[in-house]
Design a protein around this ligand. Sequence first.
Ligand SMILES: Cc1cc2nc3c(=O)[nH]c(=O)nc-3n(C[C@H](O)[C@H](O)[C@H](O)COP(=O)(O)OP(=O)(O)OC[C@H]3O[C@@H](n4cnc5c(N)ncnc54)[C@H](O)[C@@H]3O)c2cc1C
Length: 397
Amino acid sequence: MDFNVDPALVSFRTTVQDFLRNELPRDLANLPRSISSERSETADWQRLLTAHGWGAPYWPVNRGGTGWSVEQQIIFDEECAAAGTPTLDNFAHKLLGPVLNHFATDDQRAEHVGPTLAGERFWCQGFSEPGSGSDLASLRTRAQRDGDFYVVNGQKIWTSYAHRADWIFLLVRTSQSEKKQLGISFLLADMKTPGITVRPIMSIDGRHHLNEVFFDNVRVPAANLIGREGEGWSITKYLLNNEHASTAELPMLQVFLRRMQNLAVEIQLDGKALVEHPEFALRLSRFETEMKAVSMMVQRTAALHGQESPIAHAMGSMLKLRGTDLQQRMSAFIVEMLGDYGAVFYPCPHEGPATSLPLQELAAGAASEMFLRRASTIYGGTNEVQRGIIAKALYGF
Ligand SMILES: Cc1cc2nc3c(=O)[nH]c(=O)nc-3n(C[C@H](O)[C@H](O)[C@H](O)COP(=O)(O)OP(=O)(O)OC[C@H]3O[C@@H](n4cnc5c(N)ncnc54)[C@H](O)[C@@H]3O)c2cc1C
């Protein structure tokens, strides 16, 4: 890994900054950043990027993407987070996208890529089921072939944003083979298909992003099968590799750090800004150092991208452990910095109650964000499971 900053990357960062400064409309800038923006904001942002030729920032050129290197993608994400743009539909871009690019037929790509990059088709991920989360291969949702259709019956759970998604990519059991992994297939389904019911799950952060999704004799065209029947497990491994690498959520950590740095100046304690208290300054600088370390791990993961080695295999999991640990501690520290105001529970920045508290603006969403981050060590593969992956990759057990 080369620690010198590549001048081409410096110039790329300037290009992204210029674009954001000149093209990002006010109503799409400085938005509160969390896991996902409002659908309408994401759709507008997607359209703007597509019009600029950056509609698929993580995909190769031959699939309609920008062809950016992993380093460029990281810079793009960082600058978007700094500008407070809406988030993209990452289920489409970072999870399904690589699968479509690698395993789908030309017809399937033609059907889905256009509407997705036009901000008209949103996706959700239907993998987990009650009793089948970490042990995903034990999933029981069945898909039985009936002529040109699969008839799907079963239930998914923890399906983020299913209530606003147009389509779902899901894993189904198409055969009861001896090895449970071999009986799994990867399907795409239109959420408007009769027999699909979405039921909300309210989470501890006070918001609705999670759902249960029920499939009751849902007829899905067999043409929506990705890859071959029974190939779903290999496709999933390919997809999850991408998921683990991005769960450190470095741009989000950078948002947390900037928030801390602002609060450190804004909040007064005993007649002095927080940052002037040595004890506090020490804690803040520790976070800054830890952030730097995670940022370098991200660079290292990028440098190892595509390599076949134990460390390359373990890196995504290591990043997830460090990143999520930091997310939880930083979001809790922000609440602590806010003192009494931090205890006021504003569900999210623009839903807070109207009050005249001087720190209302600064406190908005802080407690909610802290609660939300409790889930970061669960989604994308729990941290215990990540430790297992690291042990297996590096020590062989
Ligand atoms: C906020 C949030 C959003 C999510 N969004 C989605 C989504 O959009 N789509 C989707 O499909 N799923 C989603 N999930 C589900 C998520 O992937 C699962 O919750 C996760 O994989 C864990 O599965 P589980 O909940 O069944 O827990 P379990 O697998 O039952 O785990 C329970 C406990 O046992 C531990 N454990 C299990 N197996 C092992 C092992 N082998 N070694 C050591 N410890 C182990 C776990 O670490 C955990 O502490 C989401 C979850 C959350 C919290």
